[in-house]
Design a protein around this ligand. Structure first.
Ligand code: FNR
Length: 193
């Protein structure tokens, strides 16, 4: 199963980037074909329809293609002001916008429709960024993703990783693994239809 993994943070020492790295490692161990991307590697401007009318930016096309090629996605979302960061909204807004004048990409949500997505979050706070996920889920449903009901919010993220970026607590590793397993399980079944 082809799984796309990314975090909604570009911060160098980001907990969500570390969590995404753990997800990628564990998903590979579970047999998935993982593409782990860093949103910071993509040159994506703030969405503007005037800009789009002049041509979809090359890196947005790359993101759309990556999305389309992967039936399973996992997103690690930071929590900003009890919601998810603008980086994730901007990325998903661009991804969901059809490429004007291109029949291949004229179908709205081609990159996201019918894909399975799992959500995780990490925060130094006690709720682990859970409120980010509560806002992210309706957006993902609106993009016609199948959102995995099993999710995970990593609280006290400052103490959760060792120096190598590995989750120290086995219970947290199990919770991450549960999200991965459910996403892969559901994506396999959806592909069979
Ligand atoms: C935060 N942070 C935060 N944390 C949280 O648990 N609930 C919240 O509502 C917020 N709000 C918030 C707003 C803004 C503007 C910032 C910059 C930060 C703290 C946030 O969880 C923390 O900075 C994380 O470390 C961000 O995720 P990464 O970059 O470590 O992945």
């Amino acid at each position: 199963m082809k799984l796309l993994v990314f975090a909604g943070s570009t911060r160098q020492l980001s907990y969500n980037r570390r969590l995404a790295t753990q997800v990628a490692t564990m998903a590979r161990e579970a047999g998935a074909e993982v593409t782990h991307i860093e949103l910071g590697d993509f040159d994506v401007p703030m969405y503007n329809a005037d800009l789009e009318a002049r041509g979809t930016p090359r890196d947005v096309v790359r993101l759309k293609e990556l999305g389309y090629e992967h039936p399973a996605w996992i997103i690690c979302a930071p929590e900003y002001n009890a919601s998810y960061p603008a980086l994730l909204k901007n990325t998903l807004d661009w991804i969901s916008s059809p490429i004007k004048g291109d029949p291949l990409w004229s179908d709205d949500f081609r990159a996201t429709r019918g894909k399975v997505v799992g959500m995780l979050s990490a925060s130094p706070g006690a709720l682990g960024g859970l409120r980010s996920q509560s806002h992210l889920a309706p957006l993902l449903l609106n993009l016609h993703f199948w959102v995995a009901p099993t999710n995970f919010a990593l609280s006290r993220a400052g103490e959760a990783f060792d120096a190598d970026g590995k989750l120290v607590d086995e219970r947290n590793q199990k919770r991450v693994r549960a999200v991965i397993d459910e996403v892969l399980w559901a994506a396999e079944r959806l592909q069979r239809r």
